[in-house]
Structure formats: C-alpha cells, structure tokens
Design a protein around this ligand. Structure first.
Ligand code: INI
Length: 156
C-alpha cells in the first residue's frame, strides 16, 4: 500500500495568519501558540510568518482569500473566537466563517486551516487558548505544516 501523508516538518515557504480581534483576550494567546509552534518546527516567524488582524471572525474569509490568492503562502491559518454567550447571531457568524474559509481553500488550492474557536462559553474558549484543553492556535499550526507538506508531496 502506498500511503501518502503530510509530515510535521518545515515544508518551506511563507505562512499567513488571519486573526479576528473580537474576543482579543482569547485570540492573542491563540496567535502566540501558533507562532510558537511554527517556530519550534523550524519556521522562523520573524522571517516567514505574516500576521493580519481583522475586526472579527466575519472578516476572516476575505482577508484569507486575499492572502491565498496572492500565491505567496504555503498555508493560511485562521484564528478567532466565536462565543455563543448571549449573542443571538452566533450560529450565523460561526457557519459563515467556517463556510467562507473552506470555500477560499477549495477555490485557491491553498490550505486554509480553521483555528477559529466556536464555543458556548468564555470558559470553554479559555480552556482551548492555552489552559486545560491545550492551545488551538498551536494545533492549527501543526495542521498547516501537515497540509503544506502533504500538498507539496501530491504535486510531485
Ligand atoms: N466576532 C467574533 O469574532 N466573535 C464573536 O463571538 C462575535 N459575536 O459574538 O458577535 C463576533 N462578531 C463580530 C463579527 O465577526 C464582525 O466583526 C462584525 O459583525 C462586523 O462585520
């Protein structure tokens, strides 16, 4: 059996992070976890990582689309926090950003990693931003390395 899979090795190229400022307290540690994970896998953030801030999760797909369409990135990582709390349009925001990111990825052929938290409570979001449940930004960085490496393999 010929197994084809990506590896958590530096595939080369630039990486782009698009982060939503809304719920910044949660998103800042996601960005830090993402950059740290890339650095520990050989990607120097100072040299090869661009960070784009947008107002909130709703704006993430458009910025991700611009980065992906530029052809300059091995992968784009999206980070944000959509928290149900008392927000009536939680479902709309959550499904819109998820669908938008997936569309950008399929239309451009560039991996767009979905590192946007969608939780019921702030506590659940905090748990995934560097406390009890790890750091979703760090997990998103690993997914970006794996997908960039997989696509490089599939192209040859
Ligand atoms: N944006 C978020 O990133 N997270 C949220 O939880 C959120 N809530 O709850 O409303 C949110 N709203 C803002 C939205 O993403 C846009 O920035 C805004 O509507 C302007 O277009």
């Amino acid at each position: 059996m010929n197994v084809i899979e990506g590896r958590y090795l530096d595939p080369g190229g630039r990486f782009g992070v698009v982060a939503g400022r809304f719920n910044e307290l949660i998103v800042e540690p996601l960005v830090a976890g993402c950059a740290d994970s890339l650095r520990r896998h050989g990607v120097d953030p100072g040299e090869r990582l661009d960070l784009v801030w947008v107002p909130g999760a709703m704006e993430i797909p458009l910025a991700a689309q611009r980065l992906a369409a530029s052809g300059r990135y091995a992968a784009i990582i999206t980070l944000g926090a959509v928290i149900r709390g008392s927000t009536p349009h939680f479902d709309l925001v959550a499904s819109s950003v998820a669908g938008g990111c997936s569309r950008v990825s399929l239309e451009t052929g560039v991996p767009v990693i979905f590192g946007v938290l969608t939780t019921d409570t702030i506590e659940q979001a905090l748990e995934r931003a560097g406390t009890k449940a790890g750091n979703n930004g760090s997990k998103a960085a690993l997914a970006a390395l794996e997908m960039a490496s997989l696509l490089a393999t599939l192209e040859h």
